[in-house]
Structures are given as structure tokens and as C-alpha cells.
Design a protein around this ligand. Sequence first.
Ligand code: SF4
Length: 249
Amino acid sequence: MEYSPQIAEWPDEFNDKLPLSEVFLSVQGEGRFAGYPALFLRFKYCNLGCVWCDTRFTWDRNEIEAGELLSPEQIVEQAKQITSKADRQSDNLHVVLTGGEPMLHQARLVVLISHLKDAGYRFFEIETNGMFVPSQEIIDAIDWWNCSPKLSNCGLPIETCLVPEAIRAIAATNKADFKFVVSEDSDFEELEKYYLPHINRGQVMLMPEGYTQKRQLRNSQWVMEECAKRGFRFSPRLHILAFGNERKR
Ligand code: SF4
């Protein structure tokens, strides 16, 4: 049967507020900054609905958690409650804006980042599916883009997931990695055919599919071998190795 995600609709108008799902301290689990201490700010809603998504509680109509919209000031207050002043001013602590799909809220994120910078936070990563063209304001505000464009192994046709102008704009920031979840040989054909015309091979990282520790370990061996053969970088998924498919906090 064809996969059809049950996407929760988001409000037409948020005013200046943001649909925060959760805020927590952990360690960045993926990408070039894997291992850095990180303050995660997770936002609700997603435009895609991948079959293997591990944050369905941010977008699935049947699982999304209730909650009110918060102003930037309220979000900064929540962040400050779990980080000391010393932490905030350390280059080691990264603020990771994630989701769901945080770029649904990009204009409001620019305002939030400005408030977070005023509170002392210094380094900002964003995790996005690469389907939204970034404004110059958010390009200037973000220090690193962890872009995870989707292949058809997400359950949806590649044509649904690929927005070339958004991919090219994020690649052109020169502060972006493109992380692809791979699970079989045909994924490489799609990656080469649909994405490599828009990004450099050197910007690509591969991650093993699998939301259990066992499956991560097994697929990691295969993906590492493919990275070595094909000249891509490997990204671990430390949170799955440490916590399995529990919520990562
Ligand atoms: S784009 Fe990301 S948040 Fe959205 S459904 Fe896919 S994996 Fe989940």
C-alpha cells in the first residue's frame, strides 16, 4: 500500500511566536559536530512526513503533542533555566535548531537567534530537510547547516523531496553538510543523479538507516565501506547507539 503520511496542519498565523516542542541539553549525535554539547530547541510541524522519522510527535496528526506557542523571550527563559552563564558563553555549547522542520518558521527563528545571542549563546546549528530557500537573514544568523535531504527511501517520491533551488542556496553558504540516510545500493544512484548536480561530493555525509542499536551497528559497517569506496564522509548517529529509539534527551 502506498505510504501516505498524516501531516498535522500548522496555523496560518503564528504572529511572532514559535511552536516549541521541547528544549533539552544533550550531545550533538550526527554530522561534523557530533560529540559537542548541545542545547536542542525542537520545533513542531513538518512538510514531509518520512516513513522512518524518529520525531513523529512533532508532525503526525495522531501523535503531535499539544502545547502553546511561545514568544522568543519565553524560549530564551526556558533555555537559560538549563544552561549556566559559563555554558552559554562557551564556544563548545552549540544551540541546535531542529524539528520537525524548523525552516517552516525561518523568519521567526531569525528573531529568536538574535534574542539567544543577546543572552550569550554563540554557535547556532540548524537541521533541515533542505526544501526551503533560506533568506539572507537566516544565512547570516546560522553558523552551520546540517541539511538532510531525503531520498525515496523516506517513503515519498524523490520529486516530492527535492527542491533544487533550496539545495543550491544552502550549498552556496559554504557552511553546510548534506547528510543522507542510506539503506541500499539504489540510494547511491538517486544521490548521484538528483543531488550531486547541485552540491559537491565533499559536502556529502552518509548515515546508516535504522532506529535500533542493532540495526545501526549492522548498517554502519556497510555504510563505512561504501564511504571508503565512493569518497563520501561517514556520519555516526550517536544518539541511536547510546539510547536506541528512545527520545534523545
Ligand atoms: S523531514 Fe525530518 S522531521 Fe520531517 S518527517 Fe522527515 S525525518 Fe522527520
